[in-house]
Design a protein around this ligand. Structure first.
Ligand code: ADP
Ligand code: MG
Length: 290
């Protein structure tokens, strides 16, 4: 493509809120035959709300919520925000945290008033007998919600359910990609049933769930190895390696600086339909030149 054509295409895209950071990306994107999306914050709003706390009989609601909120006050994860907000709305005093540790893609561990508080996926609490919590969690995840487990001093204490909603335009973006002949995939760190429920709701072709942040890039590499040209769309800090690994990395507007640093394209608004605009401009630009 001529520099002029690239400049014109980049300008037209910018008017649509699609920022091409590299001219090459404008040339490459027209070849994309698969778009892989991150789930939380990319296809979903990413601001989950706490809907249920299911308690073990030995534990008390407000005490558990206060301890968990204290631990989560140190985390930036959307699930953490949901829990802290719920505790604040309940008017609970949030105790000080003595020690905090974050295990990306798994959860957190903290010491509060001498008690060990762990919050996260089954993978975080590997080795603990979660008993009835497991079947309860299975039911909520089938509905596309996320359950995290709480252990206090190594004893299962609660399952906390949070619900995130899909962005109003996500299904439309997926359907439009399919009409262009582009396959879709979703890569998520969330539970496999939760991810499958969201993917089903959106009509996504392929789902990879329970993928640790560090492994997202490897999943993208696997998709590319099938001879495909893959665009990856993500929002968060966890996505930087996946954005870099994709043929074209697309960051949605609510993304962090780190993610944007490794992205070829930035969608200014959080609307996933921006991917369509990006592909359409890329195809038009390349058609005019050939
Ligand atoms: P996604 O790919 O959907 O953005 P993440 O990789 O951020 O998901 O997280 C995967 C899973 O790890 C979550 O569904 C949750 O079970 C657990 N997790 C991560 N961070 C936290 C946290 N701060 N509190 C509780 N659970 C967490
Ligand atoms: Mg995310």
């Amino acid at each position: 493509a001529t520099p002029t054509a690239i400049m014109v295409g980049t300008g037209r895209a910018a008017e649509l809120g699609v920022l091409f950071r590299r001219g090459e990306a404008l040339q490459q994107l027209q070849q994309a035959d698969m778009v892989a999306f991150d789930k939380t914050g990319t296809l979903t709003v990413g601001k989950p709300v706490l809907t249920d706390i299911i308690l073990d009989g030995d534990f008390e609601h407000d005490e558990v919520l206060a301890l968990v909120a204290a631990a989560e006050s140190r985390s930036e994860h959307p699930i953490a925000t949901a829990i802290v907000t719920a505790a604040e709305q309940a008017g609970l005093a949030i105790p000080p945290v003595e020690r905090f540790e974050s295990l990306p893609g798994r959860g957190i561990a903290a010491t509060i008033a001498g008690r060990l508080v762990q919050v996260g996926s089954t993978r975080l609490l590997d080795g603990l007998d979660l008993g009835d919590f497991r079947s309860t969690a299975e039911q909520v995840t089938q509905a596309g919600r996320t359950a995290v487990f709480v252990a206090i001093d190594g004893k299962p204490a609660a399952a906390i359910v949070v619900a995130d909603v899909v962005k109003p335009r996500s299904a439309e973006a997926i359907a439009a990609l399919h009409r262009l002949g582009v396959k879709t995939a979703m890569i998520s760190g969330d539970d496999r049933r939760t991810a499958a429920a969201i993917a089903r709701e959106l009509g996504i072709d392929e789902v990879r769930a329970e993928v640790l942040p560090a492994d997202k890039a490897e999943v993208v590499r696997g998709l590319r190895n099938n001879g495909r040209t893959v665009a990856y769309v993500g929002d968060g800090i966890n996505d930087a390696p996946a954005l870099a690994e994709a043929d074209v990395g697309i960051a949605v507007g609510n993304g962090t600086d780190v993610a944007i640093e490794s992205a070829d394209v930035v969608l200014v608004g959080g609307d996933p339909r921006g991917v369509l605009d990006a592909i359409t401009v890329s195809r038009a630009t390349m058609r005019n030149i050939q």
